[in-house]
Design a protein around this ligand. Structure first.
Ligand code: ASP
Length: 496
């Protein structure tokens, strides 16, 4: 076993932790960030060390984190890349205002990370204030970044260490502008509780990855954060953002209400639909404005329309994580906007940032319909079932028909459709007792084309595994009526 302790690389970026009053004779004068030499000179714990090796690096200019952006994330990622093998872990001293963005961005940029990267800062600095949280936060972060020295488990993640909390960076939110407990992770448990001891919640930390560490350095800057609010449909802001000659975003985070809903005003929706489908295409990802819970596109009529025009589901991503995931995904030339590309990258878990991954598998069949003259239709897959999952991890599986219209056997009478899984084309369906039976569904007549889904979770759990070929068959159970559609896909929701 290699017992050499390589120590920690401390990366200084500025922030309150590195700030002093502009006028040294007036402690009430506005604070400004000091340069690295000044910082080190006044930080005895870094100068004298903690009994193991410390290395130091810095951003080319120390900044208040309000001025930190994608170019600085790349700088930080490159520092880690260049020093990756030489240290046990990394501590980034950073301002609190945009720490969540930096932590989220680095979590996607540092792919297959096997070492701790800990971001910390302070609400009061130790540089000139005796009562401060900067020193404690720095020392605790060093302990987490050097598991060999402290005996705690290796946490191979980008984290935020602040006050009594150790949080997954891409799950964090800044919740307090002044308090010493400044961050929270509302949708994922804390990675550790920090007190006299550092109690790591081992069940919740990411596993050490199998693949080799690499860095994604490019970021798409042409993105916007679009918050819907009551009245947004009347003020022209959607036209300005999505139909302007001078500004054409490549991506947009759409902060929606509740489970992913936005106003249904036709002009407004059409503006978003055009921007999302026509060139130059804007990739839109939907997140919730709520602190808890997740987006479930298709749950309500209002969000079904978004799914129909290609909105990416952000499930329970924080808006900050969604924004930087979009920046990273859009800048990656290998990802195309199709099933295996950008959409897949955005909707599946990359670094513990979301609780559910969504895999979509389109069926290669053309537009078709089901009627008494043609009561049976089979969707055979032309590719293997995506993802890695155990049947118990499948939260849901939907067979979705896009551009679908239902005509009932009589006005206001629902159409009944049986769905089977894995039925070969010449095999007779053998009824509800058969293991291949996925259910009988009643679908109300529709006025316009929309998305019709069939919940095929139980049959998928029973019959299919990732990597297998699947097929689904629809059989009209009503004597009359009609179901027509444009295209079909399978949507798999997998618990992470
Ligand atoms: N404006 C400061 C920054 O983010 C606030 C802080 O560090 O607490 O750099």
């Amino acid at each position: 076993m290699n017992t050499e302790n390589k120590g920690v690389l401390v990366i200084y970026t500025g922030g309150t932790i590195g700030s002093m009053p502009k006028d040294p004779n007036d402690t009430a004068s506005p604070q400004v960030v000091v340069d690295w030499n000044d910082f080190l000179d006044r930080t005895s714990v870094l100068k004298e060390g903690l009994g193991y090796r410390l290395g130091f690096a810095k951003l080319s200019v120390a900044l208040d984190s309000c001025d930190i952006g994608p170019e600085h994330w790349t700088e930080m990622a490159e520092i880690i890349e260049n020093n990756y093998d030489d240290y046990e872990g990394f501590v980034i001293l950073h301002g609190t205002d945009t720490m969540v963005y930096t932590a989220s961005a680095l979590s996607f940029m540092l792919a297959n990370l096997a070492k701790p990267v800990v971001l910390t800062g302070s609400q009061r600095t130790h540089l000139f204030q005796a009562r401060n949280d900067g020193l404690q936060n720095t020392i605790t972060s060093l302990s987490i970044a050097n598991p060999k020295a402290t005996g705690i488990p290796v946490i191979p993640e980008v984290m935020i260490c602040f006050g009594t909390d150790l949080l997954r960076g891409n799950r964090s939110k800044k919740k307090d502008a002044n308090g010493y407990i400044a961050y929270e992770s509302p949708k994922y448990p804390n990675l550790a509780k920090i007190g006299a001891n550092i109690e790591v919640n081992e069940a919740r930390i990411l596993p050490i990855p199998d693949g080799a560490f690499f860095v994604r350095k490019n970021l798409e800057l042409n993105v916007i954060d679009f918050n819907v609010f009551p009245g947004v449909v009347h003020n022209g802001v959607a036209d300005l953002l999505f139909d302007s000659k001078s500004f054409t975003p490549k991506g947009a985070v759409v902060r929606a209400y509740g489970a992913g809903n936005i106003p249904t005003d036709e002009k407004f929706l059409a503006r978003l639909a055009n921007a999302s489908q026509n060139d130059p295409k804007v990739t839109m990802i939907n997140v919730t404005q709520c602190t808890q819970g997740r987006v479930e596109l298709g749950l309500y009529e209002t969000s079904n329309k978004l799914l129909a025009f290609g909105m990416v589901s952000g499930t329970d991503l924080t808006p900050e994580a969604a924004m930087v995931k979009l920046m990273v995904g859009l800048a990656d030339e290998d990802l195309q906007y199709d099933q295996v590309g950008l959409r897949n990258f955005l909707q599946t878990n990359q670094a513990g940032e979301q609780s559910t991954s969504i895999y979509e598998m389109p069926f290669p069949t053309p537009a078709a319909n089901l009627s008494s003259g043609k009561p049976r239709f089979r969707f055979p897959a032309d590719r293997d079932l995506p993802g890695t999952w155990e049947p118990s991890e499948l939260e849901g599986v939907q067979l979705r028909l896009y551009g679908a219209k239902v005509t009932g056997p009589a006005e206001d009478e629902a159409l009944e459709i049986d769905v089977y899984a894995n039925l070969s084309s010449n095999e007779e369906p053998s009824g509800p007792e058969s293991t291949k039976f996925a259910g009988r569904f009643r679908k109300a007549p529709t006025a316009d084309a929309s998305i019709i889904s069939f919940d095929v979770t139980a049959a998928t759990r029973r019959l299919f595994r990732p990597g297998q070929r699947s097929s689904f068959s629809l059989i009209l159970a009503s004597e009359k009526g009609d179901l027509e559609w444009q295209r079909a896909e399978l949507g798999l929701f997998v618990k992470e």
